[in-house]
Design a protein around this ligand. Structure first.
Ligand SMILES: Cc1cc2nc3c(=O)[nH]c(=O)nc-3n(C[C@H](O)[C@H](O)[C@H](O)COP(=O)(O)OP(=O)(O)OC[C@H]3O[C@@H](n4cnc5c(N)ncnc54)[C@H](O)[C@@H]3O)c2cc1C
Length: 386
C-alpha cells in the first residue's frame, strides 16, 4: 500500500485543479512543484466563459471575484471598426499569483498535500514498464523516490512526465505567435479589449490591484528577426501598428512591471495517458495564447481527468476505459478550437477572416459551457458517487 493514490507533478491551474477534485472525492493526493507557492509564471490570464463556470462550480469564484475586477464587456477592434459584446456573465482575469494559490488552498483544505521547491527528476517504472511513481529532489536537496498507482503530469509545456512517459503527439499545429506583455496603471479599459490588424494583434486585460495587462502578438518569425533584442520597444511598436487609439491610452498610463516576451511555439495534442500515468493542462494539450484558452483547458481537463481517475481508482470501470474516455472527451471538446487557434496564430487572416474565426470560437466556448454545465457537480458526495 502506497502513502498516496495519486502524485501530481505541477501545482498550478491543471495540477491544483485535479488535486482539488480528487481530494474532495476522498483520494490521497501529493502535489509537487519546483516553483515557490504563489509565484508568477509566463502567462497573461484572461479567463474565458468555461473557466469562470468551472471556478463557480468548484466554489472558488467568490474568492477570485473578491480581489479581481469583473468585466462586463469585450471589445474587438478590427482595424478602425469596433464590435462590442456585453456579456451576460462577468469575466475575470486574475493574475496567476492570485488564481493558482486560490485553487491550491482549496485543494489543501480538501486534504491534498502540496510540496513546493521539489523538482521531479524521473519517472519510476516496474518490470512491466508501468509508471509507479517519481524520483524527486526535495526542498532539502535529497533524492527521494515516492510511489503511487498513478502519476499525473501537470508540469506544463516542457513536461518531463510527457517526455519520460513517451506520450505521442496526436495532433500538431503550424501557427506560432510571439507575445509581449507588461502591466500598467492609469489606463482606462472598456473591458477586455482585443485589437487586430493583418499580421499583428494587441489588447488590454484589466486585472488585480488596478493594473492593466497590455499585450501584443506577432508571428514568431517577426519576433525573432526584429523584436527580441528590445522587447519593451517591440511592445510599443506593435501597439501603435495595431491601434493608434489604444497605443495613446497606454502612453498616458504608468508602466509598473517589466515587459516579458514569449517567443512562440506551435500547438500540440498528446495522448494523455498510459500505464500508471496521465497528463493534464499544457503537458498534454498546448496551443497558442492568441485565443486565451489555456487556463480554461486546464480547469476543464482537470475535472475530466479527476473524474476518470476517481472512477478507475474506485474500480467503477477499468482504469484504461476511464482514461480512454478522458482522452476522447478532451479531444472532442478541443479539436475545433485547436484548429481555430492555429489559424489565428498563423496570422494568415484578413480582418473578415479574423471575425469569422472569432464567431466560430464563440460557438465553441458555448459548446464547452454546455458540456461542463451538464457534468455532475464535483462536491465530494455527488462527485464520488457519479
Ligand atoms: C504568453 C502567454 C500568454 C498566455 N495567456 C493566457 C490567457 O490570457 N488566458 C489563458 O487561459 N491562458 C493563457 N496562456 C496559457 C496558460 O498560461 C497555460 O495554458 C497554463 O499555464 C497551463 O497551466 P498548467 O497548470 O498546465 O501548467 P503551468 O502553468 O505551466 O504549470 C506547470 C507547473 O509545473 C511545474 N513543474 C514543471 N516541471 C516540473 C518538475 N520536473 N518538477 C516539479 N515541478 C515541475 C512548474 O514549476 C509549474 O509551476 C498563456 C500562455 C502564454 C505562454
Amino acid at each position: 500500500m502506497t502513502e498516496y493514490d495519486v502524485i501530481i507533478v505541477g501545482g498550478r491551474v491543471a495540477g491544483a485543479g485535479t488535486a482539488l477534485l480528487l481530494a474532495r472525492a476522498g483520494h490521497r493526493v501529493l502535489v509537487v512543484d519546483r516553483c515557490r507557492r504563489g509565484s508568477d509564471t509566463l502567462s497573461t490570464h484572461a479567463l474565458m466563459r468555461p473557466a469562470v463556470l468551472q471556478l463557480q462550480r468548484w466554489g472558488l469564484l467568490d474568492a477570485v471575484a473578491a480581489v479581481t475586477p469583473a468585466q462586463q464587456r469585450v471589445v474587438f477592434h478590427y482595424g478602425d471598426d469596433r464590435v462590442t459584446l456585453d456579456v451576460s456573465r462577468s469575466l475575470y482575469a486574475p493574475r496567476r499569483t492570485v488564481l493558482d494559490p486560490i485553487i491550491a488552498t482549496a485543494a489543501e483544505r480538501a486534504g491534498a498535500t502540496f510540496r513546493y521547491g521539489v523538482d521531479v527528476r524521473a519517472l519510476l517504472r516496474d518490470g512491466t514498464d508501468r509508471v509507479i511513481g517519481v524520483r524527486l529532489r526535495d526542498d532539502g536537496g535529497r533524492i527521494v523516490d515516492v510511489r503511487a498507482p498513478v502519476t499525473v503530469g501537470a508540469d506544463g509545456r516542457r513536461s518531463l512526465v510527457a517526455r519520460d512517459a513517451g506520450a505521442a503527439v496526436t495532433r500538431a499545429g503550424t501557427g506560432a505567435g510571439a507575445s509581449l506583455y507588461g502591466y500598467w496603471t492609469g489606463i482606462q479599459a472598456a473591458g477586455f479589449e482585443w485589437c487586430f490588424r493583418p499580421g499583428r494583434s494587441s489588447g488590454l486585460i484589466p486585472t488585480n490591484d488596478g493594473r492593466v495587462c497590455v499585450f501584443a502578438s506577432v508571428p514568431a518569425a517577426r519576433f525573432t528577426a526584429e523584436l527580441r533584442h528590445d522587447v519593451p520597444r517591440g511592445l510599443h511598436r506593435i501597439l501603435a501598428e495595431t491601434s493608434a487609439a489604444v497605443a495613446a491610452r497606454v502612453a498616458g498610463g504608468t508602466q509598473v512591471e517589466r515587459v516579458r516576451a514569449y517567443p512562440g511555439t506551435a500547438a500540440w495534442l498528446r495522448r494523455p495517458w498510459g500505464p500508471g500515468w496521465a497528463l493534464v493542462g499544457d503537458a498534454g494539450y498546448f496551443k497558442d495564447p492568441t485565443t486565451a484558452h489555456g487556463i480554461t483547458d486546464a480547469v476543464r481537463d482537470a475535472e475530466l481527468l479527476a473524474t476518470a481517475l476517481d472512477r478507475g481508482l474506485r474500480g467503477v470501470v477499468p482504469m484504461v476505459d476511464a482514461l480512454a474516455r478522458y482522452e476522447r472527451v478532451r479531444d472532442e471538446l478541443s479539436i475545433p478550437l485547436f484548429e481555430i487557434t492555429d489559424a489565428l496564430a498563423g496570422f494568415g487572416w484578413d480582418l473578415a477572416e479574423a471575425q469569422r474565426l472569432h464567431v466560430a470560437m464563440s460557438h465553441e466556448l458555448q459548446r464547452e459551457v454546455d458540456a461542463l454545465a451538464a457534468l455532475p457537480l464535483p462536491r465530494s458526495a455527488e462527485f464520488a458517487s457519479a
